[in-house]
Design a protein around this ligand. Structure first.
Ligand code: GLP
Length: 245
């Protein structure tokens, strides 16, 4: 694993955007795996700036998002489809039909997951996967205890995630209790993985995930087994990374 230390959220976002830009420039028809949450917003903002300057072209890019709340429509401002449209897709020249997010309105979980797996395999897999890190070590919505061999599946959100994500909703009761998420098996099949982390509250889980035992109790720990992971963080989030002797 490669670790890139940066001084601030802004610098972390620029580095991540640079890595994504390199992928898009080297392979204009690449497949990008994308994430939601607060962490990647700065990365998307930077990519939009470079697109506006004429340095990036997304016209041939395909995107596959990690997850979506079950039951939320694309118009719901808390859905991940809405997040992606407003923070990224609406501001670049990507073709809307080449952007994929699980269908939160599909009530049949088996169908929703099967359809999403088919989209991923039809695209030929993911070239670069961007990941944030949940406070309990989740990636996408693969919560602690998730089997490493799963593809897209429907999960019950843990109490800790519902609490963490309730900051975006008017009340805890409005946070959906289930979500569709790309599985760890699919994430691990991405050719490259870029994990972004910022803020002191992530320091302990960064240490546990990347320097602790590999265990389903800390889903992100599986990333230690991938051969092309870049961890990009600000100094607070990387403050507990053990020093190399
Ligand atoms: C959410 C998302 C994850 C994200 C994580 C961290 O629950 N499903 O994909 O990485 O939480 O979010 P944040 O970046 O806001 O800390």
């Amino acid at each position: 694993m490669k670790i890139i230390y940066t001084d601030s959220y802004y610098q972390m976002s620029r580095v991540a955007a640079n890595l994504i830009s390199a992928q898009v420039i080297m392979k204009p028809n690449c497949v990008l795996g994308l994430a939601t949450g607060s962490t990647p917003i700065g990365t998307y903002t930077q990519l939009i700036r470079w697109y506006e300057k004429g340095d990036l072209d997304f016209s041939q890019v395909t995107t596959i998002n990690l997850d979506e709340y079950k039951g939320l429509s694309p118009e719901n401002d808390q859905s991940y489809r809405y997040f992606m449209n407003t923070h990224f897709f609406n501001s670049i020249n990507i073709r809307p039909e080449q952007t994929h997010v699980p269908d939160g309105l599909e009530p049949d979980s088996v169908k929703a997951c099967h359809d999403y797996n088919k989209i991923i395999s039809d695209c030929g897999g993911i070239d670069l996967q961007l990941l944030g890190l949940g406070l309990n070590g989740h990636i996408g919505f693969n919560e602690p205890g998730s089997a490493f061999e799963k593809e897209t599946h429907c999960i019950d959100l843990t109490e800790s995630t519902i609490r963490a994500n309730s900051r975006f909703f008017a009340s805890m009761d409005l946070v959906p209790k289930q979500a569709y998420t790309m599985g760890i098996k699919t994430i691990m099949q991405a050719k490259k993985i870029v994990v972004i982390v910022n803020g002191a509250e992530k320091a302990q889980i960064v240490r546990d995930a990347f320097f602790g035992p590999i265990t389903p109790k800390v889903p992100a720990s599986v990333l230690q087994l991938h051969n092309d992971v870049t961890l990009v963080g600000d100094k607070e989030a990387l403050s507990l990374v053990p020093e190399v002797e």
